[in-house]
Write a protein that binds this ligand. Structure first.
Ligand SMILES: NC(=O)c1ccc[n+]([C@@H]2O[C@H](COP(=O)([O-])OP(=O)(O)OC[C@H]3O[C@@H](n4cnc5c(N)ncnc54)[C@H](OP(=O)(O)O)[C@@H]3O)[C@@H](O)[C@H]2O)c1
Length: 322
């Protein structure tokens, strides 16, 4: 089968298209013909091996441990292991491969049955592939980490990205009033997916406006914790989803201390891949409450360009590889 492989850390140039042996499924796995994948920041972190922590978490101190990247996939079951009873060849499915050695940038991948979710016929492969990381991260960050309640106000920083575009729609579904922060060109898109207020960060600094929110979901990491604290109600919550490494480290170390000494809660969010949560997000897509924003589509042989585009940090919603 054709796959995009790499054997050393580096930029998109270390990726190459290769013919490799097609995997076979073990007893508790399904073999999936991949019809669509979406690209995530995690893919290029693993491609570059930076920050160094990713090498420790996933193994591969000097060289990548897993030769084929790609976490989010949607496809068709090709074969099932002998213990698999819930799926059969031809079923359309979705999976998060982050706990099973990645491998999405290939024609076929084997997936533990515990990670497989059924794809509704009304949800396209590309829309389905957009959901596992960004959709589930948005859901868990708002609902679990952020404890967002109906009627509350939430500000989503980085609202035009993969996580942000899901977060705007899921926060609306949860009954919140949503303020979205993005760049000028993306304001219309963010408005079109339901944001009640949109702030252009090039023209206005939301931490200086005097408006305070119950929750800030931060998928950009553009400000200091002191700045965010100003934009939170006295008992507000701040959830760091992503941004520069220094912001991640500061929130991780200082967040718990600040949360103990004041009423404002600062948290660093970590996605916990979960089949029920993926099913929930897919259900929202099936009902029309959430519609993934797809920015660009690439072919499998264009995966390096897809990663490069995402890494540049200017994608609107998700980038998919078909
Ligand atoms: N913690 C976890 O488990 C987890 C899970 C998934 C993702 N993440 C992290 O979350 C972050 C976002 O992921 P993503 O997939 O949404 O990335 P993405 O698609 O690249 O989106 C990032 C967005 O940030 C916006 N942005 C850049 N500078 C900004 C600023 N100063 N103010 C407001 N927005 C700004 C960009 O939009 P503009 O062009 O409008 O500036 C871009 O759309 C990444 O750091 C990723 O690693 C973490």
């Amino acid at each position: 089968m054709t796959a995009v492989v790499y054997s050393e850390y580096g930029g998109p140039e270390v990726l190459r298209l290769d013919e490799v042996e097609r995997p076979t499924s073990d007893d508790d796995e399904v073999l999936v013909q991949v019809m669509a994948r979406s690209v995530n920041a995690g893919d290029w972190h693993l491609l570059r091996g930076t920050p160094f922590l990713v090498r420790l978490v996933y193994g591969g101190y000097r060289r990548p441990r897993f030769p084929i990247l790609g976490v989010d996939i949607a496809g068709r079951v090709e074969a099932v292991g002998k213990n698999v009873v819930d799926f059969r060849p031809g079923d359309e499915v979705i999976a998060d491969l982050s706990k099973s050695g990645f491998g999405g940038f290939a024609e076929y991948v084997r997936v533990p049955v515990t990670a497989v979710v059924r794809k509704p016929a009304t949800v396209s492969f590309e829309a389905a592939a957009a959901a596992p990381t960004a959709g589930v991260a948005a859901l868990q960050a708002l609902r679990d980490a952020g404890k967002l309640q109906a009627g509350e106000t939430v500000l989503i920083n980085g609202a035009s990205g993969g996580v942000g575009t899901f977060a705007v729609q899921i926060a609306k579904f949860l009954g919140a009033a949503v303020t979205a922060v993005c760049s000028t060109e993306k304001m219309d898109t963010v408005r079109s997916i339901g944001a009640d207020h949109v702030i252009d960060y090039r023209k206005e600094d939301f931490t200086e406006s005097g408006t305070q929110y119950d929750l800030i979901l931060d998928a950009a990491g553009s400000h200091s914790m002191r700045d965010y604290a100003r934009a939170l109600r006295p008992s507000g919550r701040y959830v760091f989803v992503g941004g520069p490494t220094r912001r991640f480290v500061t929130t991780l170390l200082a967040g718990p201390v600040l949360s103990m000494t004041g009423r404002t809660q600062f948290q660093t969010f970590m996605l916990n891949p979960d089949r029920d949560d993926l099913e929930f997000v897919i259900g929202l897509m099936e009902s029309g409450d959430v519609e993934p924003v797809i920015d660009r589509r690439y072919r499998l042989d264009e995966t390096p360009a897809a990663l490069q585009y995402l890494e540049a940090g200017r994608a609107t919603g998700k980038v998919v590889v078909l």
